[in-house]
Write a protein that binds this ligand. Structure first.
Ligand SMILES: C[S@@+](CC[C@H](N)C(=O)[O-])C[C@H]1O[C@@H](n2cnc3c(N)ncnc32)[C@H](O)[C@@H]1O
Length: 186
């Protein structure tokens, strides 16, 4: 319950950036992560982890040779995750904006990722921001890798298709609000 209250406090401070009043459900987490081969050594990036509802599962599922880069621009969410994962050599919690993902990865000597998972509320952050992030995401993904995101409406689909013409969608009703998961091929 404490984690939910912390999340709500951050929502109250910056509703457009946080974009949800409570963290995602475990049903949404399962759907978002179901296509990731956690037995393989992979490079995975998470955008907008919030209080870590996807982060914790990914961190506990990775092989020791996998690399996990997490980008959050809210200092409070960042601080909690940084504290939690500071002793994990293959998990990097970064304070910054996902618009700068190419620079963030190259500062770690990484050019390409196998998976990008996103919790970013693109709809409330605007069209220009969304184009910038989708374009940078396409550049950092290896061919045949996946960009996995959720939204509460289909409004951003017309932007997604310009960068990622091949994608599948599915609904997760047990979440507040109900969510649509987009799994896009790079
Ligand atoms: C809807 S919450 C999702 C949190 C979590 N992934 C979940 O599903 O419960 C959106 C998150 O994106 C973060 N965020 C918003 N804009 C961002 C940006 N430009 N760069 C990095 N993180 C951002 C917010 O601070 C917040 O933690």
């Amino acid at each position: 319950m404490g984690r939910r209250i912390d999340f709500f406090i951050e929502f109250a401070k910056a509703p457009l950036k946080v974009g949800a009043i409570i963290p995602s459900s475990r049903y949404l987490r399962r759907r978002m992560l179901s296509s990731i081969p956690f037995n393989d050594d992979i490079i995975i990036v998470e955008y907008g982890p919030g209080n870590g509802v996807f982060t914790d599962y990914i961190a506990s599922s990775l092989t020791p040779n996998s690399t996990f880069i997490v980008v959050e621009n809210n200092p409070s969410f960042y601080k909690n995750l940084q504290e939690k994962y500071k002793s994990y050599p293959n998990i990097h919690i970064e304070l910054g904006s996902v618009e700068d993902i190419k620079e963030i990865l190259s500062s770690k000597g990484i050019e390409h990722a196998d998976y990008v998972i996103s919790g970013i509320p693109f709809l409330s952050l605007g069209t220009e921001f969304t184009h910038t992030v989708f374009s940078a995401t396409k550049e950092i993904l290896k061919p045949s890798s996946q960009f996995i995101l959720f939204q509460y409406t289909r409004v951003l689909e017309s932007i997604l298709v310009q960068h990622f013409p091949r994608y599948q969608t599915s609904k997760v009703l047990i979440n507040f609000p109900p969510a649509i998961v987009f799994k896009a091929q790079a």
